[in-house]
Design a protein around this ligand. Structure first.
Ligand code: 26W
Length: 809
């Protein structure tokens, strides 16, 4: 069999320009003289995309020939970031494209501004999925990402009177040049209906409603290699039966149209809830929709080269990104038993071997459960299968712990007492061959608390795989200046795919000329940020001030409130002229809150109020400025992170599973002020205790404080400065202070003094600019471990058992 090779001639600026004009002409039906901005942008995108298609075709052909073991990554969320900057870099056409655009009198930054980032996720979990796909492709791991093509991604955030307002994210309004539609690979997905007996354990599910899943894919290029994998996103379409003519004819036009709308609503919008369970039927429908489409596609691909189910677990690994896709375990059992006629035990052995589960939280409120009654109604056969899985599992538990009813209740997939619910995390652990947490501390706590009973039952099933981030996106694309300096010093770009090589920067920390250039780059990056901040908020910030950054979803456990309390304390100190430990600082905030999360929104409003207070005070503002940049997303992260001097990672110990902005910031030379939580622990271990500002209670101390009976009021009574701060805050929002004094679930007041004192240490360290720069360089040099390439290698070694497959050329 031969494959058509690239119709594209070459990669000179001339070739690029010619292809662009050709795309303008044939794809948009226009010419340079009359093209709109969108015409030009789309033609540019297609020109870049075409260069990756060549590699994709070769990848697909090589995968077909080799019939390798594939990693199928199932995730309800992906935060891919802009595609244009990435694909220009990964296709190696950055230079020729820029020169071609220049030659045509076009501005590449104007065109980049038209590139829309697909915001198909909420926060860390979705961005991690994107970083892992990037690393898999860059290391030639055969992989496909499966997800939902939401019509509306994460809402756009604006502020009105300091409060968050949400606007819909109609990200494909002008079309999406990066995706390929594949209507031929549609799948059908059933819901509701009833179950009919066949023979024995085998049953037939007759769905009451059927929708179609229509896939499209985007390319996931590897960096510095030929591999181009794909991410396949599914969109719900009404099944043809919905267009039933007789119903239209019978004057039921309205009902028939409603049915179409109802079907297509399944992929309409991403749920904007991060870490809060929200048991809505539509969300469960989305999950089942994703899982069914993905599994059918996986089986279709398996059958291209294989026929024996005994080979399935050798060719297929399905990685479950949190519990959102865990219904796949029941669905695969249903397919194997009911549709393929396999014996239950054989089907279970295959299923168990195929799945692996990553848990991304410790918060009890983020552990998904679904009411049994809802699952029974929406997915009657799946509920039966889950009951049977649970029955057999509990027999195993009973054999191991005879007479221990408490053990059965603890581990059961079904939560009893009150309304029966399905615990998705339990189903995930029971139905997988491997379970992992996302940082060492998190994995340890998972096995010691949340999933303890399971870890005792099957210790070998539990792993840690510490998260990582893509150095391509978060260093090379985000921070081209620093990347240039690093490449110059290290003599090439090999570090971008071998991030441990950053250690070779260590000697440069002692080179004053190098430090000077490092500082100059930070300054230029802060200038870029200042320009953006002025345009976005009207606040002018000093590019020489310490840039102090907290960027993450708004959540009480992350303690943005603690950050705000320190700002208020500084405000008072400066007003009183107590400026010994004050250095000029810019406090930068970015992050969205779930629309229904009132406590987080209150804190956000307070942050904006305090920002106004500080910025408008003529005494204070020369020392202290605060900007809350609206609509934090991947593109905004790429702008903020390179400018940061200080990284705020101040969650209550034991609450943040890993964190990933901590890694991105350290890699870009920010120093961390943080608690011993999530991956902060590992960052500190690597960069060295002297190069990290540690404060606050650790997990043992948190437990001890709670054990003694936590009394937040006592901190208020004892600490005069804290009193002044809280009295000021009460002036703006009494409820926040009431909650702090009476409940303070996340021990903000217990960590307050340690935090403020640690911030004074930061200020003293900043005064020694040479020392600070040295530490900054060491942070970058010693953070190579946090590359998502290393994360993927860990998954390959411990969980997936796959090896790379190089694509020739
Ligand atoms: C029920 C809905 C739900 C449940 C859980 C929505 C979202 C979640 C997660 C908590 C989302 C999440 O983003 N977790 C984050 O995952 C990152 C990648 O592993 C970690 O770095 C963060 O610490 C963790 O909060």
């Amino acid at each position: 069999m031969t494959y058509v090779t690239s119709p594209h001639s070459g990669d000179t600026p001339g070739d690029f320009g010619r292809d662009l004009l050709s795309n303008l002409y044939y794809q948009r039906g226009t010419t340079l003289e009359s093209a709109s901005a969108q015409d030009t942008y789309h033609s540019l995108a297609l020109t870049v995309r075409n260069r990756l298609v060549d590699r994709y075709i070769r990848t697909a052909a090589a995968h077909y020939r080799a019939n390798p073991r594939f990693i199928y990554y199932l995730s309800a969320e992906y935060m891919l970031g802009k595609q244009l900057d990435q694909n220009l870099l990964y296709s190696g056409t950055e230079d020729s494209a820029h020169r071609a655009l220049e030659g045509l009198g076009l501005s590449s930054s104007d065109l980049d501004a038209l590139d829309v980032e697909p915001g198909l996720g909420n926060g860390g979990l979705g961005r991690l999925a994107a970083c892992l796909l990037d690393a898999m492709a860059s290391q030639d791991i055969p992989a496909v990402g499966y997800g939902i093509r939401y019509d509306f991604g994460i809402f756009k955030q604006a502020f009105q009177d300091g409060g968050q307002v949400e606007r819909p994210d109609d990200w494909t309004f002008y079309g999406n040049p990066w995706e390929f539609h594949a209507s031929d690979d549609q799948q059908t997905v059933g819901f509701y209906g009833h179950v009919e007996p066949l023979d024995g354990v085998r049953k037939s599910w007759v769905p009451g409603e059927v929708v179609l899943g229509e896939p499209s894919h985007m390319l996931v290029p590897g960096y510095g290699t030929s591999t181009v994998n794909i991410i396949r996103l599914w969109r719900a379409r009404a099944a043809r039966e919905s267009f039933d003519l007789s119903r239209f004819g019978a004057g039921q036009y309205g009902e028939a149209v409603e049915e179409i709308v109802r079907s297509e609503n399944i992929s309409k919008v991403l749920y904007p809830d991060d870490s809060t369970e929200l048991g809505r039927e539509l969300r469960l429908k989305q999950q089942h929709f994703l899982v069914t489409c993905a599994l059918r596609d996986i089986v279709r691909r398996f059958r291209l080269r294989n026929s024996d189910w005994d080979d399935f677990a050798g060719k297929v690994v399905i990685q479950l990104n949190d519990t959102h896709p865990v219904m796949a375990i029941a669905e695969l059992m249903r397919m194997l038993v009911d549709e393929e006629g396999l014996e239950w035990d054989r089907a279970w052995s295959i299923t168990r071997r195929v799945f692996a589960y990553t848990c991304h939280t410790l918060l009890p409120e983020a552990l998904e459960t679904w009411p049994v009654a809802l699952v029974q109604r929406l997915l009657p056969r799946h509920m039966e299968i889950i009951f049977l899985i649970n029955h057999l599992f509990l027999q195993e538990v009973a054999a191991r712990y005879p007479g221990d009813d408490a053990k059965l209740r603890e581990l059961s997939i079904i939560q009893e007492g009150g309304e029966q619910r399905v615990r998705m995390a339990h189903l995930a652990v029971v139905g997988s061959s491997a379970v992992n947490g996302v940082a060492e501390l998190h994995s340890r706590l998972l096995a010691a608390t949340t999933l303890r009973g399971f870890a005792e039952l099957w210790p070998g099933r539990f792993h840690n795989v510490t998260n990582g981030v893509s150095p391509r996106r978060f260093v090379r694309l985000a921070n081209p200046r620093l990347s240039g300096l690093i490449s110059e010093r290290l003599g090439g770009q090999a570090w971008l795919t071998d991030l441990d090589r950053l250690v070779e920067l260590e000697p440069a920390a002692d080179d004053s000329a190098f430090r000077e250039r490092w500082r100059e780059i930070k300054r230029l990056n802060r200038e870029d940020l200042a320009r953006h901040a002025l345009a976005a908020t009207g606040v002018a910030i000093d590019p020489d001030a310490l840039c102090d950054v907290m960027i993450k979803r708004f959540h009480e456990y992350k303690r943005q409130l603690l950050r705000v309390l320190h700002v208020v304390a500084q405000y008072h100190r400066i007003r009183r002229d107590q400026v010994v430990d004050v250095v000029p600082r810019t406090i930068v905030f970015g992050g969205k809150a779930a629309p229904g999360y009132y406590a987080a929104k209150r804190i956000m409003r307070l942050a904006n109020t305090v920002a106004d207070l500080v910025n408008e005070d003529p005494v204070v503002s020369p020392y202290l400025k605060m900007v809350f940049l609206p609509d934090y997303n991947v593109s905004r992260a790429q702008l903020i992170i390179p400018a940061a001097d200080l990284s705020e990672q101040i969650s209550l110990a034991g609450k943040e599973a890993s964190g990933t902005s901590n890694m991105k910031l350290a890699l870009n030379g920010a120093l961390t002020i943080g608690t011993l939580d999530g991956a902060n622990v590992e960052i500190r271990d690597r960069v060295g205790a002297d190069n990290f500002f540690l404060f606050g209670l650790d997990t043992t101390e948190v437990a001890a404080v709670r054990e003694r009976g936590y009394d937040p009021r006592a901190y208020y009574d004892r600490d005069a400065e804290l009193r002044e701060v809280l009295d000021t805050v009460a002036h703006y929002d009494k409820d926040i202070v009431d909650d702090l004094l009476h409940r303070d679930e996340y021990l903000t007041l217990a960590d307050y003094r340690a935090y403020v004192d640690c911030q004074d240490q930061v200020a003293r360290a900043w005064r020694d600019r040479e020392g600070w720069t040295r530490t900054s360089i060491l942070n970058t040099a010693r953070s190579g471990f946090f590359s998502s390439d290393r994360t993927v290698r860990d998954y390959c070694r411990d969980i997936w058992h796959v090896t790379p497959l190089r694509i020739d050329g």
